[in-house]
Write a protein that binds this ligand. Structure first.
Ligand SMILES: Cc1cc2nc3c(=O)[nH]c(=O)nc-3n(C[C@H](O)[C@H](O)[C@H](O)COP(=O)(O)O)c2cc1C
Length: 174
């Protein structure tokens, strides 16, 4: 049975619609683990060994986050900087070779503001990381209009996030 690890970065999951729905759905599937970085490391003091062990056990790694200024949240960037070190993730003794990676993120703005050209710019650092560490990049799953500015927007966001969660589960089950 293959194991899928979700690396979740969201600073205030209590207020989340999208990432909460997606990660909750994911955690109910078999052979999955969610590591919510902000909960594990509120002081940003990453346990590199624990994170590397979790990665070694996984066949597929999902990076899950809300888009912040066209980018990943600072916690996720910090985690990658610490955990994907020489001798573990790349260089002599690279240990993640062949594992699969999926990028999964939520966007506040509508689809019209996020053509594929922009999505590819957002994905580029992850595609680069995958290539450098010899991981198999499976692609991006993202959704737009995730905001709770009104009751209607919140309801819409809930539906959109549920569909996103479904797509993610289909991808990892194939
Ligand atoms: C600091 C910050 C930066 C953000 N930057 C963007 C952005 O660049 N583009 C965008 O569409 N939404 C942006 N948003 C909106 C979030 O992407 C949106 O609230 C999030 O995806 C919703 O997910 P959640 O329901 O799990 O919190 C930003 C939100 C915050 C708090």
């Amino acid at each position: 049975m293959s194991n899928t690890l979700m690396i979740l970065a969201h600073p205030v999951i209590e207020n989340s619609i999208g990432n909460k729905i997606i990660s909750d759905n994911f955690s109910k599937a078999d052979n999955t683990e969610v590591r919510h970085l902000d909960k594990l490391y509120p002081d940003f003091n990453i346990d590199v060994n624990a994170e590397q062990e979790a990665l070694l056990k996984a066949d597929t790694i999902i990076f899950q986050f809300p888009l912040f200024w066209y980018n990943m949240p600072a916690m996720l960037k910090h985690w990658i900087d610490k955990v994907f070190e020489y001798g573990f993730a790349f260089g002599t003794g690279a240990q993640l070779t062949g594992k699969k990676v999926v990028l999964s993120f939520t966007i506040g703005s509508p689809v019209s503001s996020y053509p594929n050209e922009i999505i590819q710019k957002i994905a580029f650092p992850f595609q680069g990381l995958a290539e450098y560490c010899k991981l198999q990049y499976l692609g991006e799953i993202f959704c737009n209009d995730i905001n709770g500015y009104s009751e209607a927007a919140k309801e819409n966001a809930t539906d959109i996030a549920n569909k996103h969660a479904q797509k993610l589960l289909e991808l990892i089950n194939n």
